[in-house]
Design a protein around this ligand. Structure first.
Ligand code: GSH
Length: 231
């Protein structure tokens, strides 16, 4: 049996929007490993209870169960070392770890503040009460209030992308000439937004847009074929 990935789904089972799951799907493609995804909803905690925690991605590889996207990425790199590298050595792994942590804290956090109400609108009905309660507790205000000023806030968000723009103006991928996990760690965040929200985060003349477009085309357009909005 191939690898299995529990993958966060929205109202439609094909709407897969977790930034962390997207990283891993791109990493599995990069490694050339066949896998199946299992749609999972926030309410399905019991379905992944075997992993000992309540978040996705969860990867099942034979009798191995691995959770947390960074842990899964390092698992794939170490256990499938004969396949294309995700990190390009120890230095690459260490630097990627920083970018991964930055993407988790700054990028996902920034994106969520812009699209929180769209996430709510696109998730499964059975997930909505849990999502509203946990996110309103986290933000200390209503979902609607979080996104109320988004037309203005997106300008600051785009400005914060300038370091990525500068790198992508000089090289096609964050990993250099070819994409690597450092690209997938960041790409997952933009693909998350694209799969769950029509809100335009990026401008078409932005180097980040062009980079994202190259990654959407990677692996025979794997990410482009996903149910998403053309923003
Ligand atoms: N650090 C974890 C974060 C995983 C995570 O937060 N996943 C979200 C989906 S995007 C989740 O499963 N949330 C469950 C919940 O909020 O109850 C990783 O990198 O995998």
């Amino acid at each position: 049996m191939g690898l299995q990935l529990y993958d966060l789904a929205g109202a439609e089972p094909e709407r897969r929007f977790s930034p962390y799951c997207w990283r891993i799907k791109m990493a599995l493609k990069h490694k050339g490993l066949p896998f199946d995804t299992i749609p999972w909803r926030f309410a399905d905690k019991d379905v992944i209870a075997f992993s000992g925690q309540g978040r996705v991605p969860v990867l099942v590889d034979g009798d191995q169960v691995v959770f947390d996207s960074w842990t899964i990425a390092t698992y794939l790199e170490d256990n499938y070392a004969d396949r294309p590298s995700l990190f390009g050595g120890d230095g690459g792994r260490a630097a990627t770890r920083f970018v991964n942590a930055w993407a988790d804290g700054v990028l996902v956090g920034g994106i969520v503040r812009l699209i929180l109400t769209d996430i709510f609108a696109n998730i499964d009905e059975k997930d909505r009460p849990y999502f509203r309660k946990t996110r309103e507790e986290r933000f200390g205000m209503s979902l609607e209030k979080v996104t109320a000023e988004r037309e203005t806030n997106v300008l600051a968000f785009r400005k914060n992308l300038e370091p990525i723009c500068a790198v992508l103006g000089a090289q096609p991928y964050l990993g250099g000439k070819e994409p690597a996990y450092v690209d997938y760690a960041v790409f997952g965040c933009f693909q998350f937004a694209r799969c769950i929200s029509r809100f335009p985060l990026l401008l078409e003349d932005d180097p980040v847009w062009a980079w994202r477009d190259r990654l959407l085309s990677a692996f025979d357009g794997f990410a482009r074929k996903a149910l998403s909005y053309a923003v």
